[in-house]
Every structure is written in C-alpha cells, then in structure tokens.
Design a protein around this ligand. Sequence first.
Ligand code: NAD
Length: 370
Amino acid sequence: MATRKLLLLAGDGIGPEAMAEVKKLIAAMNEKLGAGFETEEGLVGGCAYDAHGQAISDADMGKAMAADATLFGAVGGPKWDAVPYEVRPEAGLLRLRKDMQLFANLRPAICYPALAQSSSLKPEVVEGLDILIIRELTGGVYFGEPKEIIDLGNGQKRGIDTQVYDTFEIERIAGVAFELARTRKNKVCSMEKRNVMKSGVLWNEVVTATHKAHYSDVELSHMLADAGGMQLVRWPKQFDVIVTDNLFGDMLSDVAAMLTGSLGMLPSASLGAPDAMTGKRKALYEPVHGSAPDIAGQGIANPIAMIASFAMCLRYSFNMVAEADRLEAAIAAVLDDGLRTADIMSDGMTKVGTVQMGDAIVEKFLALSA
Ligand SMILES: NC(=O)c1ccc[n+]([C@@H]2O[C@H](COP(=O)([O-])OP(=O)(O)OC[C@H]3O[C@@H](n4cnc5c(N)ncnc54)[C@H](O)[C@@H]3O)[C@@H](O)[C@H]2O)c1
C-alpha cells in the first residue's frame, strides 16, 4: 500500500475543531480500510504568528511542498487584527498558494436535496445542483502590472489595475477544466468579456484552440461573464464546469456558493501544474469559510465544509474516486436523517454539535464502505 502523505494545517478559530473531524475520518480510513494515510501537522495563521512571528514558518512551508496534499482549516481572528501586514494570518495562505503555484481554484456548488429549502432560490431551481467553478488564481487583474495610484498633479489621482493573461496561463486552466469535465457531465462553459476586453478576446481564442487541439470530445460553450452571472441565478443546473478568470471567478464562485445555503457547507481545492516526473499536482484543500471567531470554541461549528474538502482531496490528489463518492453520499445521508448543526438548523430537524455531526458522517461512511 502506497503511503499517502498529508499535511494538516488547522489554523485558528474553528479551524482546529473542523479539522479534528477530518482527523477522525483519516484514522478510521487507516484502521478500517487500510488507506495508508501518513499525516503531519503544522501551524498557519495567527497561531503560527504567536509561535514563530510568521504566518507560516519555512519549516512548515517545506512540509507543504513535500506532502502529496495539504488540508487547511481557517486563519485569522480579532487577536491578530493589529499584527504587521506582512505577517497577518492571511499571509500564510497566500504564501502557500504562491510557493506551490496553485493556479487553479475549484469551487463546487452542490445542493444537497435535504437543504434545497434553505437556498434563497426556489427549491426546484437548486435541488440536485452540482456544478464546478474553476477560477484562474494566479494571474489577471489582481496581479497585473502596472498596479498603482498615481497623482495627476491637478488635484486628481488615477487608480490603475491591469488585466493581463498570457496564452500559457489560459491553456493550462482550460486544460484543468476540460480534464475535470471528462470526469463529470463532460460540459465546459468558458466565461469572459470578449465584447469589451482584449484579454477576453484572447481568453476565448485560446480556450477554443485548446478544445479543438486536445479535448474536442468535451462539449464547449462560451458566455459573457455578466450573462453567466444572470444564468447562474436563473437556471444554474444548465452548467457542469464553468472556467473563468481570476476576477470574474472570484465573483461568480461566491454567487454560485450562495445558491446552496450556508458557508459551513462549502469546500474548495486549489491545484498546481502536474510534476514533470511524477505527474502529481501540488494541492491545497480548504473550506470556503473563515475562522468564525464568533462561534469558535463552542463546539457548534459545521464540519461539513472541511470534510467535503477532504472528499475533494481523495478525488483529485489520490484518485480515490469511490471513497470520495461514498464520503459525499455519507454527508447527504446524514442530512437526510435530519441532523443539522446550528447554521443549517430548520424546524423539525435534530440539532447537533461539531463532534456529533463528524461522528455521524464517519459512521455512515464506514457503513457505505462495508
Ligand atoms: N480562508 C480563510 O482562512 C479565511 C476566509 C475568510 C475569512 N477569514 C478570516 O476569518 C475571520 C472571520 O471572518 P468572517 O466572519 O468574515 O467570515 P467567517 O467565514 O469566519 O464567518 C462568517 C459567518 O459565518 C459563520 N460560519 C462560518 N463558518 C461556519 C461553520 N463552519 N459553521 C457554522 N457557522 C459558520 C460564522 O459564525 C459567521 O457568523 C477573519 O479574521 C477573516 O479574516 C479567513
């Protein structure tokens, strides 16, 4: 059995509480299913600042570079609001993304049938929703130069951000989208603003050429990003995989996320390029939510986003597709049984804490694996 090396960075606030539930799952998979996970732990965020004066130490960064995958909880909290900018808790996450060159951000929006009622959209619009938004994470307007505010000398200033994409950046993110579509419903919709942006024209051309050259078996469509936003709230089930740039992806993935209810339910993954020798991608898996200082330490946080992030890790880093399917099925089954943490509680359901929710999911997962 090959060893599967995982780095666990629980972070601050509810991060450690949510990660504890994943640790239970890993221990159960090792013991009962011979999964062969080997875990290391490290510090990130405010707790790393308290220990080392940095948001992540070089030693822990080294562990992340050596691991097959890194699981990340959440960082930040009022305790560290006044620390110097370069060592603020979020700097640990940004360094992980930058040093591992994680250019592809995957945000699934899945609506569990049991939660369709709690969406802000009509249940029939979201029930059974399963889409994947792939956002380019290391290029575009957040990083392009020049990026500055200049004084025009006439009492006016000018703020400048620059949207820049090179061919290779579009090719590699499109490649991720097409490859993942093949494991799903085989459909990709690419979103940009080619009607008003040159980078959008190039984006459209390169996605089209990449499709023609390597992925013509996948169904490809194009949509202007603003129309895409409308379609996401009108009839989101028309989509399978959406691929878009850093800026549009930032917004569209948040829109899609909210179709499905609570922040406590949403996982994400960030992937790098495949290693030339091993074919393995560097990868970081994390819930979308933050450290939730308002509920930290109370044992009431919803661990599902963290557990679902681990399911993504099984699927994308270890190709344990059957196990990932079973873990997602276990989450759905526990919700069907009426178990709810406080953030997703509704009338007639059974309110449980973090540990009870984690235990119930582990138990269902093992039962489905028997
Ligand atoms: N990736 C990250 O680590 C990350 C992301 C966002 C925010 N943050 C940091 O987290 C801190 C708090 O930020 P925020 O309040 O804006 O966002 P948040 O996501 O931490 O919390 C927003 C609201 O959602 C609730 N919530 C979030 N996750 C939940 C869960 N799993 N179960 C139940 N309820 C949950 C919280 O109680 C809170 O009311 C800040 O320091 C912020 O910088 C970190």
